[in-house]
Design a protein around this ligand. Structure first.
Ligand code: GDP
Length: 561
């Protein structure tokens, strides 16, 4: 038993925040950093447009705060724990990235806007967290603004998500009447003082529930009476916190607060509520059967959950972000590549993503950490497993999000602009050359998982690519990157379909169903692995198909990569 390794695993805490845009993820992240000591002074995060959502919330923090943090993971030590916060893009169109990031996380924090309750993006991402059985913490934010009733919020979460809520922090009033939060376990109330923005603590006093002065301190008889009622109601209505249920994703601790005014965020953090689960054993396909890879196993293993290319316009840099799953990772480690049949790679240029800066790796990374590995084209793809040791393993594939918009990507014509990325202007024949860079660009962007590709049935590669995306911004990113990085202009011909289902039963069954005329208004395409994908123009035609032939065709909203 490697005790030092086991200790490092034990102190790793890894989390991703899932939320609908504007719920306060950037603000909360900033507060977590503040308490973690990674930054020393909080400031208000300014309003921002669509632009920054397309990149990363962390990048925005970086720019606004003048601090240097990686856009993929942000790490700091807190209370002896090494906490890694994985960035998830704010905009819903990039939920695929969030999806993959959740595959690399051990815990999730769900952020809910108290005035809005569950929103589409929260719903979508919750499904992913559930799929991965991630322990989920819920932070209901913006209590200093007019809010829905906390009971209503709890009801929404329980009814829609089928997960039991255990409120740990409960609000006393909201909006102008927000007076603080009840810490149920300790039976005390943290009173809120409306302070200046950016001040570190806004807590006026901590008073026991049994303290005679409490009513006067709350200064609102009605709210006090409500609080006393709530204490009893909650004890009767909600289950006590059960760590096993939490770890299985069946129960969520709920914390009410206001990230902007620091209220609740610090308390919940201090209380150690976030995050609980250390890196867990993961299932992998071994040489024979499935096996469990223990984080404390001496052999290194990890998988690629994110690729980033051409972040620096002057160099064609490519970085694969690898979540360490077992063993130790050190610079120069020789690893094997599962998809490339055990081919060996020496990771001499790996970067650690620990600490405030992305620096050349000089320390050691442990399970739960993320390392950045530069790679050459084709070498890394989302979901690839790297490992040492004699047994070839590969971790479970990361599912991709069900796309909702589909476009034919046509007219690859040479850009009018001087191609600034290629070493020299492409020689004639110009069109062919452009087509080559078009293919190269598309291939790179598909590899990065910027969009998915679907094909007409039987297309062996010569046809017009059909791009499938979760949101339109993904398509914009593809066209602007094709233009700036590969000097190719493209046009999209949008398709009318809005829903996709993979028919896991295979083509034979699909053809049988089609010949029986059991499917209305369906378009059949195939994915890059030749699996049938059915496209529907409306939720109604989809529901109809699911009811009629859902089981027979084994219809799934996504397929494993
Ligand atoms: P994100 O899109 O989820 O990253 O959300 P931001 O952190 O950027 O917050 C969106 C807006 O809500 C910003 O204007 C924040 O200042 C504001 N905000 C965040 N948390 C709170 C809060 O607790 N109370 C109030 N009143 N506003 C908040």
């Amino acid at each position: 038993m490697d005790v030092a390794l086991a200790d490092e695993v034990e102190r790793r805490r890894n989390l991703a925040i899932i939320s609908h845009p504007d719920a306060g993820k950037t603000t909360l992240t900033e507060k977590l950093l503040l308490y973690g000591g990674a930054i020393s002074q909080a400031g208000a995060v300014k309003a921002k447009g669509e632009q920054r959502r397309a990149t990363s919330d962390f990048m925005e923090l970086e720019q606004q705060r003048g601090i240097s943090i990686s856009s993929t993971v942000l790490s700091y030590e807190y209370d002896g724990k090494q906490v890694n916060v994985l960035d998830t893009p704010g905009h819903q169109d990039f939920s695929e990235d969030t999806y993959r990031t959740l595959a690399a996380a051990d815990n999730a924090v769900m952020l809910v806007d108290a005035a809005k309750g569950l929103e589409p993006q929260t719903r979508k991402l919750f499904e992913v967290a559930r799929l991965r059985r991630l322990p989920l913490f819920t932070f209901v934010n913006k209590l200093d603004r007019p809010s829905l009733s906390p009971y209503e919020l709890i009801d929404q979460i329980e009814a829609e998500f089928g997960i039991s809520c255990c409120p740990l922090l409960w609000p006393v009033g909201s909006g102008d009447r927000f007076r603080g939060v009840l810490e149920r376990g300790a039976r005390r109330v943290h009173l809120f003082a409306r302070g200046e923005r950016g001040k570190k603590a806004e807590e006026a006093a901590v008073v026991s529930l049994d303290d005679d002065r409490l009513e006067a301190l709350i200064g609102d008889g009605e709210l006090y009476a409500q609080l006393i009622d709530d204490v009893e109601m909650l004890d009767g209505l909600t289950d006590p916190l059960d760590l096993d249920r939490l770890k299985r994703g069946e129960q969520t601790p709920v914390l009410f607060g206001s990230a902007m005014t620091n209220f609740g965020a610090q308390r919940s953090w201090r209380g150690g509520a976030v995050p609980r689960r250390r890196p867990t054993p993961l299932l992998a396909a071994g040489a024979g059967d499935e096996e469990t890879v223990e984080p404390t196993s001496e052999d290194f293993s990890g998988f690629v959950f994110k690729l980033q290319a051409n972040t620096d316009p002057k160099h064609r840099d490519r970085i694969a972000y690898v979540r360490v799953c077992s063993g130790r990772f050190e610079k120069g480690l020789k690893v094997k590549h599962s998809r490339l049949r055990g081919q060996q790679l020496t990771l001499a240029q790996a970067q650690t993503l620990l600490g405030a800066e992305r620096s050349t790796l000089d320390g050691t990374s442990y399970p739960g950490d993320v390392v950045g590995i530069p790679f050459s084209p084709g070498q890394m793809a989302i979901g690839d497993t790297l490992y040492t040791g004699s047994r070839r393993i590969s971790f479970a594939k990361i599912p991709s999000f069900s796309p909702e918009i589909f476009a034919r990507c046509i007219n690859p014509t040479p850009s009018k602009r001087e191609p600034h990325l290629l070493p020299e202007p492409p020689p004639p024949p110009f069109f062919l050359e452009a087509y080559k860079s078009f293919n190269k660009g598309i291939e790179q962007l598909l590899n990065e998982g910027a969009v998915q590709q679907l094909l007409e049935r039987g297309d062996t590669g010569g046809g017009v690519p059909i791009l499938a995306a979760v949101g339109p911004l993904q398509l914009e990113v593809v066209s602007s990157r094709l233009s700036s990085e590969y000097s190719v202009e493209v046009q999209y011909e949008m398709m009318p379909q809005t829903q996709a289902r993979w028919a896991m039963a295979g083509w034979e069954e699909v053809d049988a169903v089609l010949s029986e005329r059991k499917l209305l208004n369906v378009k059949t395409l195939e994915d890059v692995y030749g699996r049938p994908v059915l496209l529907f123009t409306s939720g109604w035609t989809l529901d109809n198909a699911v009811a009629e032939v859902g089981e027979r065709l084994q219809l799934r909203p996504y397929a494993l990569a």
